[in-house]
Write a protein of this length. Sequence first.
Length: 242
Amino acid sequence: MVVKLVLASAAIVAAGCLLGGAARAASGGEITVRWFGHACFLITSSSGVRVLTDPFDATVGYPVPQVEADVVTSSHDHFDHNNVSAARGNPIVLKGKDRYERAGIKIYPVASFHDTERGAKRGPNTIFVMEVDGIKLAHMGDIGHDLSKQQLDELGSVDVLLVPVGGTYTIDAAGARRLVEATSPRVVIPMHYKTPAVGLPIAGVDRFLAGFDNVVRLDSNEISLRAGSLPESTTVYVLNYR
């Protein structure tokens, strides 16, 4: 009996180790998300693949990012989102319906608009969805409206939402909160809002933050994320562009 119990215990421990290893493997490696201000981020996979989103030009107010990138996404062709030449190296540029799947990273577009009138005021906007190391991120670009059921279905289950909150040219704080409610992400990173560096007539981040219980202000422009360690309930992380 003792032998059987010992063997059974050993089997349970071994099974637990196998399950734990499988869980760790499924969770993927650690990614980093670095914010340069406005809607520009550098997302780096655990294997070192770099995706730069919506680089801006010098008129926006932030220092123009001077970084190497493997992929650059541009949600629409406005000066504060389309300075793709700022990226160093020889990156693949994604716009509109472009897709990318390589080196363990998948990026696909979801068509949307820059305004509430189906693009009549400001044109189209592309949401780029990225699957990196077991984490699904959605960069909303300059989304200007609530998402339809079809668009939500195309997005699927989102882990990390990069969402504009400043209004005027995009959804405002209330619209951004509705988007969070509709997508239920684990992590929210607000973008495209007023800071001391920006002269654009957009609102700051505080009005958006007022709608959330879990808010973390980081004294850094970078956050590291791992699929198996994301917060259980929606948490907003405010990055410091400096």
